[in-house]
Design a binder for this molecule. Structure first.
Ligand SMILES: *Cc1c(COP(=O)(O)O)cnc(C)c1O
Length: 387
């Protein structure tokens, strides 16, 4: 049986795969089983921040694998502590809980908001408000947080205590707070799965003010936007707000599973002994890889991410078959005249791997994609958009 046949026979059919089997890669170029090369404009959905099999990341991870690949959280390990220190120093926040995915990071944020609110405002204060068109994960609780009904329908009843409001509408949020006690608000500054939609800056600041004034925990979901993707280390940094909780995953690990729930001053001591846990959380190999990623997301790299994002926008805005280009940094959504799936299929035929998000083509290339490779990919995408 071919790999494709094996996969179709034995792997749960939750994914629609393209007829491409990737066997290796280097940086932003990956190779399939037939030896054909592709430019990777998706980075495993924003995970391989410095590309595939990046040598610095591989060295950091393999060095740690040769020392200790896993210990239980009953003992100290250096990569976990060092990564937590970096996340706090870079954000000005105070404590980190490590899990293994974006959904788990968000579950932790929700637990923090609920525990904090229950202690201060009573056990009937548990509602977490999220935004319509958001995406926060696939567990039953993070699905409840996700403001898109399409994801809900098969799995009701979902975890209670979630309400989603229209992004941009402060009146709706204020009115809601008259009828329910709000424990937390969770937002993505740029809605990724929702179609790469950057929220209005004034709205983001108004939500942050509202949360601070009402003792509501503000959590920013930086699972996709984090770790340099938007041209700042975390996307909230574009807006001058100070969230109580920042969750991140995807690009933090550079390719190994990791999720982090970073807690600011106000909620730093909410979680105490026995309140939460994870067998793999803080895994030393995953943390060693993440340290190597964070140490490279410096001012120079971030400026480069912004420059490359502007280049993509300038090339595609107003191009034939392109209705609009949205996003921040190297997180880009392209609304195309042709169906996005057709554009992506044409790109694959011409050696470029792209993603979609709702009705858009989505690009999340490696943060260090070389200019020359980016230029070639954009040319292919442009042709595919024109049809
Ligand atoms: C991908 C994503 C998640 C879920 O992350 P998993 O690692 O798949 O659990 C949550 N929030 C946002 C914004 C995401 O993009």
């Amino acid at each position: 049986m071919s790999i494709r046949e094996l996969d179709e026979k034995y792997v749960a059919g939750t994914y629609k795969r393209f007829p491409v089997e990737i066997v290796s890669g280097h940086g932003s170029v990956v190779t399939d089983a037939c030896g054909r090369e592709y430019i990777d404009m998706g980075s495993g959905i924003g995970v391989t921040s410095f590309g595939v099999a990046d040598s610095e990341w591989v060295a950091a991870v393999t060095a740690q694998l040769g020392r200790v690949q896993h210990m239980s959280n009953l003992y100290y390990t250096e990569p976990c502590a060092e990564l937590a220190r970096r996340l706090c120093e870079h954000t000005g926040m105070k404590k980190v809980f490590f899990g293994n995915s974006g959904a788990e990071a968000n579950e932790c944020a929700i637990k923090v908001a609920r525990k904090y609110a229950a202690a201060r405002r009573g056990e009937d204060c548990y509602t977490v408000v999220t935004l319509k068109n958001s995406f926060h994960g696939r567990t039953l609780t993070t699905l409840a947080a996700t403001g898109q009904d399409a994801f809900h329908k098969l799995y009701r009843p979902l975890t209670p205590g979630f309400v989603s409001v229209e992004p941009g509408n402060m009146d709706e949020l204020c009115a809601l707070s008259e009828s329910v006690k709000i424990a937390g608000i969770m937002i993505e500054c740029v809605q990724g799965e929702g179609g790469v939609v950057a929220l209005d800056a004034d709205y983001i600041r108004a939500v942050a003010d509202f949360a601070a004034k009402n003792d509501i925990v503000l959590a920013v979901d930086e699972v996709q936007t984090g770790n340099g993707r938007t041209g700042e280390l975390y996307s909230y940094m574009h807006y001058g707000i100070e969230p109580d909780v920042v969750t991140t995953a995807k690009g933090l690990g550079g390719g190994l599973p990791i999720g982090a729930c970073i807690m600011g001053e106000r909620v730093a001591d909410v979680l105490s002994y026995g309140d939460h846990g994870s067998t793999f959380g803080g895994n030393p190999a995953a943390c060693a890889g993440a340290i190597s990623i964070l140490d490279r997301v410096n001012g120079e790299l971030l400026a480069d991410v912004r420059r490359k994002g502007e280049y993509i926008k300038a090339e595609l805005s107003g191009a034939a078959g392109v209705e609009s280009v949205t996003g921040l940094g190297l997180m880009i959504g392209i609304k195309t005249v042709r169906p996005a799936a057709d554009v992506v299929a044409d790109c694959i035929k011409n050696g470029v791997l792209c993603l979609t998000a709702k009705e858009k083509v989505r690009l999340l290339p490696a943060l260090n994609i070389p200019d020359e490779i980016l230029r070639r990919a954009v040319a292919v995408i442009k042709t595919a958009c024109a049809g």
